[in-house]
Design a protein around this ligand. Structure first.
Ligand code: UDP
Ligand code: MG
Length: 316
């Protein structure tokens, strides 16, 4: 059975690695019996990634290059690639060679066994700091407890999706795109393949703790309303405590009388309640803001230009 395969590669300022990447993926594709296509999505790079992609797609008929009208972020770039991929199996892979293209045949083998989503789980990771490993592990543990959709641990975006999984994802047009969560949310038969995550080949990571922190908040808020519930519980406990304490103060006055004292208690109570209220407001604000962003229903990305390989795949 011959099948069509599309490789979706988001690339943002990857000028240093893109040629090496294409050479490696090209070699892998040569060994696979499939009508293969590589869809590069240039996420509004400011270096010469786009020029290099045009050259690549000019030289290799399997390569298509899309350029987004600005930097929309990796999640949107991946979505653009998935939307353009019309294939029986679609692989999403980073351009920086941290995900080894050589794993693709193994992903395909599992897909042929009947799995719809085959994700690659990182065994070990090179070239990443202890702190990054620790924070990333902590994030997955927290998500696991909060969310109803179990997220596979230590999994990046490197995975293979069947045609119907891609179609399912294509139907999710939410703006708060926490792709790892969405991949898990669609369900179907999913399985993992373990691999060794290499260090970046060249160039620098686009992530920093600010972006990762925001991604974590996005992940939590788009897959769980637990923080709202925490706010409710904290508020409720504070109210009960305050009520009990109020009774105590009242009894004290009634039985022993009370000359004016208690400035410290007053301050503690005011500050404590004020703090809790602001925190709860902040949590609510996160959700309101997200509702606002979704309600505008803006498109997720715009494609500015396209080079090479106009699809029609001969789909089987
Ligand atoms: N990327 C993107 N848009 C962005 C940031 C990153 O398309 O705004 C791409 C980037 O080119 C790479 C992949 O997403 O192919 C992963 O990015 P990176 O290596 O910086 O992240 P990390 O591996 O450190 O999580
Ligand atoms: Mg990387």
């Amino acid at each position: 059975m011959t099948f069509s395969l599309a490789i979706v590669v988001p690339a943002y300022n990857e000028s240093d690695v893109i040629d090496a990447f294409h050479a490696r993926i090209g070699a892998v594709l040569d060994g696979i019996e499939a009508t293969a296509r590589v869809i590069y999505v240039d996420d509004g790079s400011s270096d010469d990634t786009w020029q290099k992609l045009c050259a690549i797609s000019g030289a290799d008929g399997r390569a298509t290059a899309l350029r987004l009208s600005r930097n929309f972020g990796k999640e949107a770039a991946m979505t653009a690639g998935l939307d353009a991929a019309d294939a029986d199996a679609v692989v999403v892979i980073d351009a920086d060679l941290q995900d080894p293209p050589e794993l693709i045949p193994e992903l395909i083998a599992r897909w042929r066994e009947g799995f719809d989503v085959v994700y690659a789980t990182r065994g070990e990771r090179d070239g990443e700091t202890r702190l990054k490993k620790f924070t990333s592990a902590a994030f997955y543990r927290v998500m696991e407890r909060l969310s109803d959709t179990p997220l596979p641990r230590d999994t990046g975006d490197f995975r293979l999706l069947s045609r119907r999984a891609v179609a399912a994802l294509g139907g999710l047009r939410e703006r708060q795109r926490f792709m790892k969560g969405l991949f898990a949310w669609i369900g179907y038969r999913q399985t993992a393949v373990t691999y060794h995550r290499d260090a970046r080949y060249a160039g620098a990571t686009k992530w920093n703790y600010w972006r990762l922190g925001n991604l974590a908040i996005e992940g939590i808020t788009s897959f769980s309303a637990a923080p709202l519930r925490v706010a409710t519980w904290v508020g409720l406990s504070a109210a009960v405590l305050a009520f009990l304490y109020g009774i105590w103060v009242l009894l004290k006055v009634l039985f022993w009388g009370d000359p004016v004292r208690g400035y410290p208690t007053l301050m503690v109570v005011i500050l404590f309640l004020g703090g809790i209220q602001l925190l709860a407001l902040g949590i609510i604000g996160e959700y309101v803001g997200r509702t606002y962003a979704e309600s505008k229903r803006r498109p997720l990305y715009y494609v500015e230009s396209r080079q090479g390989g106009e699809p029609p795949f001969t789909s089987s």
